[in-house]
Design a protein around this ligand. Sequence first.
Ligand code: ZN
Length: 389
Amino acid sequence: MILIEAGEVYAPEPLGQQTILVGGQQILAMVPPAELQPGGLPVTRIPAEGKLVIPGLVDALVHFTGGGGEGGFATRTPEMPLSSAILGGTTTMVGALGTDAITRSLADLLAKARGLEEEGISCYCYTGAYQVPVKTLLDGIQEDLILIDKFVGVGEVAISDHRSSQPTTQELARIGAQARVGGMLSGKAGIVLVHVGDEPGMLTPLHDVANLTDVPLSQYYPTHVNRHAALLEAAIPYTQAGGTVDLTTSTTPELLAMGEVAAPAALKQLLDRGVDPASITFSSDGNASLPCFDASGSLVGLTIGAPQSLFAAVRDAVLVHGVGITPAVSAATRNPASVLKLSGKGRVSVGADADLLIVDPKTWQIETVIARGTLLMHHGQLLRKGRFE
Ligand code: ZN
């Protein structure tokens, strides 16, 4: 058991000074410091006075088996090691395939999710990839969602991108409908994570589905909506129509120079425009390839997404852009957990999973990471690595 003493808790709503008792993977109790009498319990005491205690981050999109390869086989990005998650304060990840569903497989993705889970964090997966028809592990989307515990949705299905399968409205509607029923029957989100590319169609294919078929907009969860200013603008009516949008925190100087809006700045812009904070999320796109294409579609550069950019975006939203702690933290905790229906994740409350970060409020350095009740980082020191790190 662990006793986190007298931290300033943002759950993410502000709860003031609280002492938190962690045990058996869960938060067992949370009370104002003076009220807890632990008696002779064998607890590890962690003084947290003057520190922030926030939920462990929930990363809704990580290519933890690697991604990419847009520049040939030598540009396939590597698997993500456990330490990348811990150092970035991410205690829950949802893995996806991307452009390449030929040399990378859902079986591999599922195995990596189970491996990371054994190593100490919580993991889920999306079935499918960019391609339509959607490739699944079993016979179809519904089978994967209903029969495989780790699969919580479909993704990244690509639209408005020269690498996408150019899906029709009916094809997108069919994917959404199958995911919806699969989610209903399994008690999961059944969400369709949609990779939105650079092309001018932007979010129109999703509005077309909502306008022309019976599948609601909320069935689709578009990501990378900060990749240029016009797409970020298009995200506003999307949220007003009931959707949630995801901002990608991995970026590069080249992508920013080409017009990408950095996720913390994008969050600030959306909030200033009156977008409901609950309908905005951050994800890292960790271990993705971040290809840079010129106007003719030729590859001119390629780097790798960083899982730790997720926490950095929360930090910069607060410290650089003056976003409140609650909306900034929510974008990487409660909001994605809610969209993905990950019960027990993304919040500090009794009965929730004991996924917690202790953060210095001045520097926003992560000091302590607790995942499912186990200390994985303390005093800024990594206490656990992956087996082969
Ligand atoms: Zn993508």
